[in-house]
Design a protein around this ligand. Structure first.
Ligand code: KG4
Ligand code: ZN
Length: 349
């Protein structure tokens, strides 16, 4: 299998990694969280400038940590969509320039495909078809992975993404950004049954609820109302119990939909991807439910749940193996659906 160097700069992490045979030879992730923290979210222009400062050093570091030279690299990949265009352009331009300079194939990668294949890094034997529960800051989707490059989205959120809900609840409880890891930590000290919270449901016109689509904005509002009520009573906020109750509701909602979807489509493995895959409440809940239904669940190694370049290299290697390479004229796109992944490649089989 090919040795691929990948660059990921779609949001606020500058990342470079080298992956061979679904094994990570090196992975450099430089997070800009500290820089954006004072604004309470990512500032696109600041992110782009920071990527420019850091990307060349990160590429050199990745090669050095893997103890490899350019002659050992079979392909060079860069995330090209979706994401912040200015930020994407930095990594994409670096990848294309290096591919031209060293005469290597260039592979443009869809960021979400990276999250889908992050589970290959914990189980290199995993093969499609499988179901992917993708839960990040911008997405909450149930994806039927038919083959590399061929996906069907079976369910998604109708409003906030799961990670976005963690970030918003953290902000309303004045806990900081990004909210996921903070709530995860606090939840471990709280009672998940302290406050019953509503799990968002999407009603169907013919009655009943959509089995795979989710909604998190009502849950966020319920936490807000509950917090206001507790504050009016002059009581100190039971932050750990609130965090635990919120997290348990999200975990329950995602688990229910993922299990139903896998069973309905006859898929025996569920791979989880995206920042929220790091959540301990979700991991425990899903693992326990999957065991009951004889389903296999795969989580990426902790450090490859949030944005990184190892998952991008992993996805790129799958494409390269199938002969899919991209043109050096490929541009950055802020939006691109998973259905359009194959438009990134010149040579599609
Ligand atoms: O995949 P990711 O790094 O970036 C996107 O592509 O969106 O996901 C970031 C999201 C943030 O919303 C963050 O709060 C959430 O993942 N997150 C978590 C945890 N770690 C990160 N959410 C819940 N529990 C965690 N441990
Ligand atoms: Zn991501």
């Amino acid at each position: 299998m090919a040795t691929v160097l990948a660059i990921e700069t779609s949001c606020d992490e500058t990342a470079v990694a080298i992956v061979k045979n679904r094994h990570v030879l090196s992975s450099i992730v430089s997070s800009q969280i500290a820089i954006h923290q004072k604004y309470g979210g990512v500032v696109p222009e600041v992110a782009s400038r920071q990527h420019v400062e850091i990307v060349n050093g990160a590429i050199a570091q990745a090669l050095e940590a893997a103890n490899l030279g350019w002659s050992d690299i079979d392909g060079i990949a860069g995330t090209c969509a979706p994401g912040l265009v200015g930020a994407l352009l930095v990594g994409l331009t670096a990848a294309k320039t290096l591919a031209m300079l060293h005469q290597k194939p260039f592979i443009g990668v869809h960021h979400l495909e990276g999250h889908i294949y992050a589970s290959y890094l914990s189980d290199p034997t995993l093969q499609p078809p499988f179901l992917c529960l993708l839960v990040s800051g911008g997405h909450t989707s149930l994806i039927y992975v038919k083959d590399c490059g061929h996906y069907e989205v079976l369910g998604q959120t109708r409003d906030d993404a799961a990670g976005e809900a963690f970030d918003k609840v953290s902000r309303l409880l004045n806990l900081g950004y990004p909210g996921g890891p903070i709530i995860d930590r606090l939840a471990s000290e709280g009672n998940p049954r302290a406050f019953p919270l509503p799990e968002g449901q999407i009603s169907l016109p013919e009655g009943g609820y959509h089995p795979y689509d989710s909604s998190f904005s009502g849950l966020k509002t319920a936490v807000l109302r509950l917090t206001q009520k507790l504050q009016q009573n002059g009581e100190p906020l039971p932050i750990a119990d609130l965090a635990a109750s919120f997290q348990a509701t999200v975990a329950k909602s995602l688990t229910k939909r993922a299990i139903a979807c896998a069973r309905d489509y006859g898929l025996d493995a569920i791979a989880i991807g995206g920042g929220v895959a790091a959540n301990r409440g979700l991991r425990q809940h899903l693992q326990a439910a999957a065991e009951k239904h004889n389903l296999r669940v795969l989580f990426p190694p902790m450090q490859f749940c949030t944005d990184n370049a190892a998952m991008i290299a992993c996805a790129a290697a799958e494409h390269l193996e199938r002969g899919h390479t991209s043109s050096l004229t490929l541009g950055a796109q802020s939006r691109l659906s998973l259905k359009e992944v194959m438009t990134l490649y010149d040579k599609a089989i």
